[in-house]
Write a protein of this length. Structure first.
Length: 205
């Protein structure tokens, strides 16, 4: 016996609703199109860090905690690590560093960011970011003219400032480093154990 057109329509609507209800129990990825990220997109938990390459506290966390955190959580596919840019600390260094990292492209972005964090003290001794950043840019494959153009890119700077404004106003970020895991905000230099506890308690995707 063939189902009537009305009955078939009801079955389709019911199937769609069941799909919506099933999806409602899964946490959506908080990643945005202009985020930079490490790790598998299929990881069950996303860890967001708001940080500035001009922030000394962020540099300490990058040096002392991040390598172990990456080995334990990012590389094995346990978390997706999302990095969001801020201009705390030395804003001139932060802006120049992030403009350089964005120009280097997604594949070299974190190479540049890591190098700027590692070179903060040297950059401070030199009295400005240009010398050290020029060397970092060269190691990332940027020519001198390309590097200069990156630092003078008004559109790139405006886009960076728009991201920072969004992080401050929409995400309510006031200091760096700040981490968001499963909707929970953790401010300051978090240990691997503290981050691990938040990851364990976070909802899975």
């Amino acid at each position: 016996m063939k189902a009537s057109r009305t009955h078939r329509r009801e079955l389709v609507l019911a199937a769609l609703m069941m799909g919506l209800w099933a999806g409602a129990g899964r946490a959506a990825s908080p990643e945005r199109a202009d985020d930079m990220a490490l790790g598998s997109p299929k990881a069950p938990v996303t860890v967001i860090e708001y940080a500035s390459v001009g922030c000394p506290h962020c540099a300490i966390w990058e040096r002392d905690v991040f390598p172990t955190f990456r080995k334990l959580y990012i590389d094995p596919g346990k978390v997706r690590f999302v990095f969001r840019e801020m201009l705390n600390g030395d804003p001139a260094l932060a802006a120049a560093g992030f403009l350089t990292a964005r120009c280097a492209g997604p594949e070299k972005y974190f190479q540049v960011v890591d190098a700027v964090f590692a070179g903060q003290d040297q950059i401070a001794r030199e009295g400005g970011p240009t010398g050290a950043l020029a060397r970092i840019a060269k190691e990332a494959g940027l020519s001198e003219p390309r590097f200069t153009a990156c630092l003078e890119d008004k559109a790139g700077l405006a886009a960076l400032q728009a991201r920072v404004d969004r992080h401050e106003t929409r995400d309510k970020i006031t200091g760096t480093p700040t981490f968001v895991i499963g909707g929970r905000k953790l401010e300051g230099e978090q240990s691997v154990a503290e981050l691990g506890a938040a990851i364990a308690a976070a909802p899975r995707r």
